[in-house]
Design a protein. Structure first.
Length: 358
């Protein structure tokens, strides 16, 4: 075995002297290192196992604590490692790996794979399991708070539909649930937000229908399809699961990326969009199943999607709804958004699916 070369050191005695004494550290008797001080030629035998050295990090100066409290500084970090190894005190494997670009590259890849697996499967699984334990009373309270907030900040206005028409639609929707053998409780609200055609479900079972959607619907079957879709979100607790997944992913992203960088925000956004597409597809499955159970025509829902895609008002004369001021928005074409950046599955695919459904 090649004997490692001595390394120059600076020696600070345990007395606390501020001035360092130059010296040299070399291999001594088996299991020992030899410290020779340049000023007076003093030689000390140091048991290698009793030394406490700082970890090697690139070319940074290392510090070695002696048993009597004295300290030596060593600029030749790698040379000190060779001496300690020859004296029976090799570096820990993790330290050697840190100095190897291959090991660092492998660790980086494995860490990325582990993080990806947690992102893809572990966090969603944990969030979905947690959702089952959240009391319905909590989510219903959340619904009330969300609706109040939307009314205050998002411009939700009282619906222009007559009380009779609202009552008729509510009764029709509840009849659909009964006929389909569904028992999950829902609460249906009607609001207006300009001419925006939309409907959404909240975690506690509240469903919001906007007048713009009711106005565009060609018939009740289309509205039944929308209701069944939103019911799918409620039945599968998509809202609560999304909320819990977002909270879990936000916590992990904050821990991993530190402060909220653009990269962390992009990771959260992309993940949640993907989750939402999966939930939307599942809700479409529920919509089709319920429409078949109550003999509603899926082609009516396909027509509603076409009208929403094209921005057509096409209000049915039978609809109890009054015009709103923002007509320009109703005629504007929707922007084409890549599917991987869209929360819903591609609308053309949805139209085709419901058009072909029996």
């Amino acid at each position: 075995m090649t004997v490692p070369s001595p390394v120059p050191v600076r020696y600070y005695p345990a007395t606390g002297a501020a001035r360092a004494v130059p010296g040299e550290l070399s291999l001594g008797a088996p299991g020992k290192l030899q410290l020779r001080l340049t000023d007076d030629g003093t030689v000390r035998e140091l048991p290698a196992g009793a030394l406490r050295s700082s970890e090697r990090f690139a070319s940074a100066t290392r510090h070695v604590q002696l048993p009597d409290g004295a300290v030596i500084e060593v600029d030749d970090a790698l040379g000190l490692s060779h001496l300690l190894a020859a004296a029976g005190q090799p570096e820990r494997a993790v330290t050697r790996w840190q100095q190897s670009w291959r090991a660092v590259a492998l660790a980086t890849v494995l860490s990325a794979l582990a993080l990806g697996a947690a992102w893809q499967w572990v966090l969603p699984w944990a969030a979905d399991r947690s959702a089952a334990w959240i009391p319905v009373t909590w989510t219903q309270a959340l619904d009330r708070a969300v609706i109040a907030q939307l009314k205050a900040t998002e411009g939700l206005q009282p619906s222009a539909l007559s009380d009779a028409e609202q009552a008729r639609l509510r009764a029709r929707f509840h009849q659909v649930l009964a006929a389909a053998g569904q028992t999950t409780a829902v609460e249906i609200h009607f609001f207006r937000m300009g001419d925006t055609p939309n409907a959404f479900a909240l975690p506690g079972g509240s469903m919001v229908f906007l007048d713009g959607l009711v106005k565009r619907a060609p018939d009740d079957d289309a509205l039944i399809g929308v209701f069944a879709h939103e019911f799918g979100h409620v039945q599968h607790r998509h809202g609560l699961r999304t909320l819990l997944r977002t909270a879990a992913i936000t916590a992990v992203a904050t821990w991993y990326f530190g402060d909220f960088t653009s990269l962390a925000n992009a990771a959260i956004l992309t993940t949640q969009l993907r989750y939402s597409r999966g939930f939307e597809s599942e809700a479409d499955d529920t919509a089709l199943a319920i429409m078949r159970a109550v003999h509603a025509n899926p082609k009516s829902l396909a027509e509603l999607f076409r009208r929403m895609r094209d921005g057509h008002a096409d209000e049915s004369p039978a609809r109890d709804s009054q015009p709103v001021a923002d007509k320009a928005n109703a005629k504007r074409k929707s922007l084409s958004i890549p599917e991987f950046l869209n929360t819903h599955p591609d609308i053309e695919r949805r139209i085709e699916r419901f058009e072909r459904a029996q």
